[in-house]
Design a protein around this ligand. Structure first.
Ligand code: IMP
Length: 194
């Protein structure tokens, strides 16, 4: 079976991605013995995904993919965007970040928001990008206990439940990461002839 490293330590993300890929042996950073923090110094999802994938490719020599993702709120000029993981400061928890987003949007009438994910795949030494977007709107209080990050306040378009209330398979079907991962999986199937 082909091996592919997921360049992430985010347990929520890894769980979602593992549930979508079954014909490739997925290795975590722990599996390959990588324990450093990877910097995300850029202001585009593409550049941050690329530096993560490249760092791990250099370390392991294996095929690897990294995703960079976040939630973008038009009423906040697109924030928190690439800064979603550290919106309330470096080392902030998911709860701190979510509370900051609730506070920043408390007086906003435009509740629209979208999640975006960009995957950078380094496969056999070549670099490829895949992207997914999921549009929805923000609640003013949390609902649900599933998912991670901003999921308890994000209701995807066409649904009444938040991403934290919807089952994981439903989230994967419509989410930004689900779309980007499926595009990558389709590419890998072509490559591996499966
Ligand atoms: P990254 O690890 O730099 O890509 O940061 C992603 C951050 O964006 C996460 O820590 C969350 O704050 C947010 N995020 C991305 N995707 C999701 C999702 O599917 N649900 C909830 N939050 C997400």
């Amino acid at each position: 079976m082909q091996e592919l490293v997921i360049a992430s330590n985010n347990a929520g993300k890894i769980r979602e991605i593992r549930s979508m890929i079954d014909n490739i042996s997925l290795l975590s950073l722990k599996d390959i013995g990588f324990s450093d923090e990877i910097p995300e110094p850029y202001d585009t999802f593409e550049q941050n995904a690329h530096i993560k994938a490249e760092t791990i490719h250099r370390f392991s020599g294996k095929s690897v993919f990294a995703d960079d993702s976040g939630i973008c709120v038009p009423a906040l000029g697109g924030a928190p965007g690439v800064f979603s993981a550290r919106y309330a400061g470096v080392g902030a928890s998911d709860e701190d970040n979510l509370q900051k987003l609730l506070a920043e949007t408390a007086t906003k009438d435009n509740r629209s928001a979208y999640y975006k994910a960009v995957i950078c795949l380094i496969w056999k030494g070549e670099t490829h990008y895949f992207e997914g977007v999921c549009h929805g709107s923000l609640l003013s209080e949390k609902r649900g206990t599933g998912g991670f990050g901003y999921d308890p306040i994000f209701v995807p378009d066409g649904y009444e439940q938040t991403f934290a209330e919807l089952p994981l398979d439903v989230k994967n079907n419509i989410s930004h990461r689900g779309k980007a991962v499926r595009a990558m999986v389709a590419f890998l199937k072509e490559q591996t002839g499966r």
